[in-house]
Design a binder for this molecule. Structure first.
Ligand SMILES: C[S@@+](CC[C@H](N)C(=O)[O-])C[C@H]1O[C@@H](n2cnc3c(N)ncnc32)[C@H](O)[C@@H]1O
Length: 244
């Protein structure tokens, strides 16, 4: 699928995306995002880009954890970004009230429309780049990783959260039938469209093995690289560093 078609598919389910995520993952998605932020260990003043930000939950989790970050969330779907912006400013207020108590952390988040394969930023623009459940959607993963490498400053870190197929045979026995038959149906009911959840199932099953992703990270220039499985290997958190 072309990036624009994928973005259109997400636009159609934007309003129900979060609910479907929480139900289908039994709320583990929240814990996985928190784990990513914990592992990234952001420092005040760092600049962070969240690629394929969707409804902005990674960006918001960073803002909550470390209020002095400069955060940009990027996505190709305007509808997903609209939901993300509403989470930052749930009730439209007159400009004069902006910046009042309680808005400071969220005020440092900017959501922009753009393509992960051609990031609209200069090289060395960020200390941290994250991409959660987005790499699977890129038709050219290595190009996506090269773009992340380009916009990271030397010493900068990338963190990738992605679904995986569990390695343990007993976990696979339960998870694979769930993924193949239950997830598309339940996702369809919750979101009003089954297509994105059939696509989710197929793209998880087609996603390369962990070792291959590490190779692609290295190919893009990252060193060192590594990964850690989460929740029996249903999700994997990859990391890489742009050398000094
Ligand atoms: C599964 S959602 C993940 C959203 C969010 N990161 C999360 O953790 O829930 C994937 C997102 O990637 C976006 N996307 C797909 N292809 C893209 C591309 N080429 N450039 C930017 N965003 C893209 C979609 O619009 C969608 O919002």
């Amino acid at each position: 699928m072309r990036p624009e078609e994928i973005a259109r598919m997400f636009s159609r389910i934007a309003r129900r995306y979060d609910l479907a995520n929480h139900v289908l993952s039994l709320n583990r998605d929240r814990a996985w995002r928190r784990e990513l932020v914990r592992e990234a260990d952001p420092k005040p003043g760092e600049r962070l880009l969240d690629v394929c930000t969707g409804t902005g939950d990674i960006a918001l989790e960073f803002a909550r954890t470390c209020p002095d970050l400069e955060i940009v969330g990027l996505d190709l779907s305007e509808e997903m970004l609209r939901v993300a912006r509403e989470k930052v400013h749930p009730h439209p207020r007159p400009l004069s009230l902006r910046g009042e108590r309680g808005e400071r952390a969220e005020g440092s988040i900017q959501f922009v429309r753009g393509n992960a394969l051609e990031l609209p930023f200069a090289q060395d623009s960020f200390e941290i780049v994250t991409i959660a459940f987005g790499l699977r959607n890129l038709p050219d993963r290595v190009q996506g990783l090269r773009e992340i490498y380009r916009v990271l400053s030397p010493g900068g870190r990338v963190f990738i959260l992605e679904f995986s197929v569990p390695q343990h045979v007993l976990v696979r026995l339960i998870y694979l039938p769930y993924l193949r038959y239950i997830l598309p149906r339940v996702g369809g009911v919750l979101s009003g469209s089954r297509t994105p959840y059939e696509y989710l199932r197929d793209s998880i099953l087609d996603f390369p093995e962990r070792a291959q992703i590490l190779e692609e990270l290295s190919e893009a220039g990252f060193h060192p690289v590594g990964y850690r499985d989460l929740t029996f290997g249903i999700a994997t958190l990859y990391r890489g560093k742009k050398p000094w």
